[in-house]
Design a protein. Structure first.
Lengths: 407, 318
């Protein structure tokens, strides 16, 4: 029985979860092995409904844990076809072992992570703790700021990940609830156009090619392990970045929607800027516009590609900024913020660097309000005027009790 | 359905084309390699194989070499079952979509794991695969110990055995727990076919493996795999030890169909006392001290009771 296509309006009102589920349907994924967890569950449920209504021809396997979900995805990817899944938070934590195995085995898989806090205390709401949990796992990592991004970046992720020069799995992050459960207008692709963009999966070293048996997942010790890891890092550093730019350009040609590894808003003449991820980018843009009416030249930088870290693009974006705030939505637990450190590393070796201060915000779904950002931009302007960071380097914003700052 | 491979005798069987090469790093006398060859040689069909982390894996796929002339995958310690289930799902997807490169083939999906990978750390993954009834076979290479890491106890380690994490000592007879009834648990998933096999009874084993391959759905096989290193016997005695295991009824051979139909497939003509089985292995040496001899008696009583239970179950057809 042939599967059915779906007629979509040019603009649909979708939340980020449904947008991702639609992208998986349109990419005609061959195997989805998945396990539900808040807030990513609706991706899996949405896909299950597509399968029950004959909109999906591929296999849909509901397994017994997130670790098994990625294990099944790895087996399926090694067999030779398009593979995807979704998870969040504790589920991702359980899955982490297999993330390293998937990337080390150079298998293309797309994983949607709907970002959520990590216990304890248990919390189902959005922050970026889980995102950082797999930071060094060898996956290509994209970040959506909205349901539109969650939709578009899935197609882009398949195309980059499955390229025979790349063969690395890819993550598409979106904010738990703020993106995943907030319906917005999403510009759609027609089914044929969407599938045409990602194309039919081209297998390589596939276990189902019985004329060419392959061994996947070998042992290497001190004699060969380093070379394998070095090769993977080298490909991430040298091959993936240009491939992402190429696929972004192809996507813009098809849709008119332009993506960049580092998204810059009002940066050209900006004195002060906020550097952040996820839905905070849109909030910051709103506030930056208001700050400009008050005479503060404010800009926003959103990180679209987390891995490979766009080192040079970050340097380029920040080189003329006087003071920048790096926002980290995860507990640093005894260090400067994870993103703060990365940006500092990029700017330290650059001839000109802004004054950099770090802010920890929004843990466990705590709102980042416009008022927070107004204060923050004012603080940055004070730093810019003083020519030095006038506060401590790390501040917590939006947390109860006496002001918390360090370093 | 592919045609069942016909095997006339052991000589012909042993000279079948190998898809598992003799060039591997397993210990001399290791039963793993014997079992794997018996499984692979039971069919001429294509194979998609997986192995959990363990002796079989570390000894057969050390880059840049491989002992496998068949599609093979290793991910981690706990998930060879799900690796093969994922590959089987991809096979089904590509079959539906008409994208198989060799659509006329009838591949068999087989995962191997040691008892540590199966009874312990991979238990949930196997249960999931059995419950979902993937068209696959899971085979435990049951050597009753974490052999690859140097002999730690698993939930398959039998009572009284000295393992490195349950060592016999001045006040201890070693392992305190009884071996887990893994086959019973897996059969309780009401899978189409579950069986215990032993490499010495190769005809019985090939018959069961072929039955498994002919089955549509999940198959679970528990294979006794005497370990020369951790059971502490001379490598030349592997088959002798296996004979003692099956003929003492410490390791009875039977099958369970659809979780209900129960058949004993081997009845030794001369049942060997359990004491002989224990005495042949260094891991039980301490049981022959005066203060622990009661444990040997208890061993015999336990094996007798189990054999009686199995026979009653077969008669009752439950």
């Amino acid at each position: 029985m042939a599967f059915d296509k779906m007629e979509l309006k040019d603009i649909e009102v979708w939340d980020g979860n449904f947008a991702a589920a639609q992208a998986l349907r349109q990419a005609q994924v061959d195997v989805v092995a998945a396990y539900p967890i808040t807030p990513s569950t609706p991706i899996v449920e949405g896909y299950a409904k597509f399968k029950s209504d004959n909109y999906v021809e591929g296999e849909f396997v509901m397994v017994e844990s997130e670790h098994a979900a990625m294990s099944g995805c790895i087996g399926a990817a090694a067999a030779g076809g398009r593979v995807a899944t979704a998870t969040s938070s504790q589920g991702l934590a359980l899955m982490v072992e297999t993330l390293y195995q998937a990337s080390g085995m150079r298998l293309p898989i797309v994983l949607n992570i709907v970002n959520r806090a990590l216990a304890a205390p248990l919390n189902v709401n959005g922050d970026h703790s889980d995102m950082y949990l797999c930071r060094d796992s060898g996956w290509i990592q994209f970040d959506a700021f909205s349901p539109q991004g969650a939709y578009d970046l899935n197609f882009i992720a398949f195309k980059v990940s499955e390229d025979h020069d790349i063969r690395l799995p890819a993550i598409v992050n979106q904010d738990g609830f703020m993106t995943s459960h907030t319906a917005q207008g999403v510009h759609t692709l027609a089914d044929d156009d969407a599938f045409g963009f990602v194309g039919t999966f081209k297998p390589m070293n596939d276990m189902l090619d019985f004329e060419h048996p392959v061994t996947h997942g070998v042992q290497t010790e001190e004699d060969w392990h380093f070379e394998h890891k070095a090769r993977q890092h080298s490909d991430l550093m040298l091959k993936v970045s240009p491939k992402i730019d190429e696929v972004f350009a192809d996507f813009e040609k098809l849709t008119g929607r332009k993506y960049s590894q580092v998204e810059c808003y009002d940066i050209d003449d900006a004195d002060v800027a906020v550097f952040c991820l996820g839905t905070s980018v849109e909030t910051a843009r709103e506030v930056a516009g208001e700050m400009r009416t008050k005479g503060i030249k404010a800009g926003v930088i959103g990180l679209r590609v987390i891995r490979p870290f766009p080192f040079e693009q970050v340097q380029e974006a920040l080189k003329n900024i006087k003071a920048v705030a790096i926002l980290d939505r995860s507990s640093p637990n005894g260090a400067p913020g994870a993103m703060f450190n990365e940006v500092c590393a990029a700017m330290y070796s650059h001839e000109s660097s802004p004054l950099i201060s770090g802010y920890v915000y929004g843990l466990g779904g705590r709102d980042l309000t416009k008022a927070h950002l107004v204060d923050l931009y004012n603080e940055l302007q004070t730093n810019a005027d003083a020519g030095k960071v006038t506060t401590q380097l790390q501040q917590f914003i939006g947390v109860r009790g006496p002001k918390l700052s360090f370093l | 359905m592919s045609e069942m491979k016909k095997i006339k005798n052991l000589k012909e069987f042993s000279t079948s084309a190998d898809r598992f090469e003799g060039a591997n790093l397993l210990c001399p006398g290791c039963a793993h390699s014997i079992i794997v060859r018996e499984v692979l040689n039971a069919t001429n069909d294509d194979l998609v194989l997986a192995a959990s982390t363990g002796c079989l894996e570390v000894c057969t796929a050390v880059y840049p070499y491989t002992s496998w002339d068949a599609s093979w995958i290793h991910i981690g310690f706990e998930n060879s079952s799900t690796a093969v289930a994922g590959a089987e799902s991809m096979y089904n997807a590509l079959k539906t979509k008409g994208r198989l490169k060799q659509p006329d083939r009838n591949p068999k999906f087989v995962a191997f794991g040691g008892d540590g990978a199966s009874y312990d750390i991979g238990f949930q993954w196997i249960s999931g695969c059995m419950e979902r009834n993937h068209n696959m076979m899971y085979i435990v290479l049951d050597n009753e110990v974490y052999a690859n890491t140097g002999g730690q106890r698993s939930s398959s380690t039998p009572i009284g055995s000295s393992a490195t994490t349950s060592p016999a000592g001045s006040i201890s007879y070693g392992e305190k727990m009884n071996k887990k009834d893994m086959l019973g648990i897996m059969a309780a998933h009401n899978i189409p076919y579950a069986a215990q096999v032993a490499p010495n009874k190769w005809k019985d084993m090939v018959k069961k493996i072929q039955k498994g391959f002919a089955t549509q759905g999940a198959v679970f096989i528990n294979a006794v795999s005497p370990c020369t290193t951790e059971w502490k016997f001379d490598p030349k005695d592997t088959m002798h030890i296996t004979d003692l295991a099956t003929d003492s009824l410490v390791f009875p051979l039977y099958e369970i169909i659809e979780g209900k139909e129960f058949n004993i497939t081997y009845r030794p003509k001369n049942v060997v006392p359990v004491e002989e089985y224990l005495a042949a292995q260094g891991r039980f040496k301490h049981l022959f001290r005066d203060e622990y001899k009661y444990l040997i008696k208890e061993w015999q009583e336990r094996v007798d009771a189990n054999w009686s239970y199995l026979q009653r179950r077969e008669e009752a057809k439950v």
